[in-house]
Design a protein around this ligand. Structure first.
Ligand code: S3P
Length: 433
């Protein structure tokens, strides 16, 4: 296929969650105490966060395309029923952090996928701070939490996880206590950037981050924020453009925070060039337009230290690796087993189903490139990023990829299929059904 066009991808999911949560904690200030969030993602995960915050008394306007979302924060209050986090791990884990410093009880639950995901990585350090947390069935949701008087925390996380780090920083914020989090590798730093942007006290020292509360607890005045486009969503269209056999694609207003751009770094190593144009800044985050052209790819090794910077892009990078010359290995990607699905096994199994060679060995993922057209039916397991990655693979010449479902893209990129269609110059589209 040939690629063409200009696309604005939806707002960054990670920043959207954090912006909503911090907005719900604001008090007083000018303009009637109202926060204004522009460019917020309208995917299901962000709607889950909005719903959970409304249940605790925050006034959040409807999250829909093209409107500025307003939030009137204040003191959160005991929810009437369970807090349903839907499919969203970020909603569940960050909300646990928010609740650790509140005095009321709450019960958190989610959909079948979320109810399989580990929560002790967050609940153990929150308990160490003094939060009371009851499990109903082990290391998973549903959970009951009652926050309270917290004590300071200095915690070394065994996993490089922005969700763990952010939950603990939120607990420090709502509980009014100092928190230091150390991680093996630096994970995405949107929480840190937002804290600094909002005037909260934060020290970052390589892989350690420390929050120091101010005298006035939760003293965040109402704010305005413009959310950049999500590089994790842009990655799918970048990949489709790289796999095309002509043309070019412009993606406007994409967040290029260095803790998120590992996908572009690895892609360069594989032989593709993505130009960053019109660099600017918004709310403490770097933003650029991305110009992409097709490229011939070669296999590479993706090191463990790089994984946190591209953790959500492994499915689409694996798809690209399956079209590259030679082998690609992703080191230490065991975390992919506990994402929205068991991505590690499903990436490998689906690539094999389509005629490729891929295998998980221990915690490493090996993918061998092949020139044969991918044909067959993919099991997405209801995982949005698997659906989008394999839809992209279906665009290569001669490809015929059927997806077990397509609806899951609504989690992070509701308009994905129409954007994917739009960038394929008419007359040469491949079939993705
Ligand atoms: C996220 C962090 C990552 C990522 C997820 C969003 C966040 O998870 O996979 O999609 O917004 O903090 P981990 O922190 O568990 O790696």
């Amino acid at each position: 296929m040939k690629v063409a066009g200009t696309v604005r991808v939806p707002g960054d999911k990670s920043i959207s969650h954090r912006a909503l949560m911090l907005a719900a904690l604001t008090r007083g200030g000018e303009g009637g105490g109202r926060c204004e969030l522009t460019g917020l993602l309208t995917g299901e995960d962000v709607k889950s966060t909005a719903r959970v915050l409304r249940r605790m008394g925050a006034v959040v306007s409807t999250v829909r395309d093209g409107v500025v979302v307003t939030v009137r924060g204040g003191r959160l209050s005991r929810p009437g029923g369970s807090l349903d986090c839907g499919n969203s791990g970020t909603t569940a884990r960050l909300t646990l952090g928010l609740l650790a410093g509140q005095r009321f009880p709450a019960r958190l639950t989610g959909d079948a996928s979320l109810r399989r995901r580990p929560m002790r990585r967050v609940t153990e350090p929150l308990r160490a701070m003094g939060a009371h947390i009851e499990e109903e069935g082990g290391d998973t949701l549903p959970l009951r939490i009652r926050g309270g008087r917290l004590t300071p925390l200095d915690y070394t996380s065994p996993v490089a996880s922005a969700q763990v780090k952010s939950a603990l920083l939120f607990a420090g914020l709502t509980g009014g206590v100092p928190v230091t989090v150390r991680e093996p590798y630096r994970s995405r730093d949107h929480t840190e950037r937002l804290f600094v942007h909002l005037g909260l006290q934060l020290r970052v020292d390589d892989t350690a981050v420390s929050f120091v509360p101010s005298d006035r607890r939760s003293a965040i005045p109402p704010f305005r924020l413009v959310v950049p486009g999500d590089i994790s969503s842009a990655a799918f269209l970048v990949a489709a453009a790289v796999l095309a056999d002509g043309g070019e694609l412009l993606l406007e207003n994409v967040g290029v925070n260095p803790t998120r751009t590992g996908f572009l770094v690895v892609l360069e190593r594989m032989g593709a060039r993505v130009a960053r144009l019109n660099l600017s800044e918004s709310g403490g985050e770097a933003v650029a337009d991305l110009l992409v052209r097709p490229a011939r790819l070669v296999g590479t090794e993706v090191a463990a230290a790089e994984i946190p910077t591209l953790v959500d892009e492994v499915p689409v990078l694996a798809v690209l690796a399956s079209r590259a010359r030679g082998e690609t290995v992703f080191r230490d990607v065991g975390e992919l087993r506990v994402k929205e699905s068991n991505r590690l096994e499903l990436i490998a199994a689906n690539l094999r189903t389509l005629g490729g060679a891929a295998e998980a060995r221990g915690n490493d993922l090996y993918v061998a490139g092949t020139p044969a057209p991918p044909r067959g039916r993919v099991d997405t397991a209801g995982d949005h990023r698997l659906a989008m990655a394999f839809a992209v693979l279906g665009t290569v010449p001669g490809g015929a990829v059927r997806l077990s479902e397509r609806a899951s893209v609504a989690i992070s990129y509701p308009g994905f299929f129409s954007d994917l269609r739009r960038i394929q110059a008419t007359g040469n589209r491949q079939r993705v059904t």
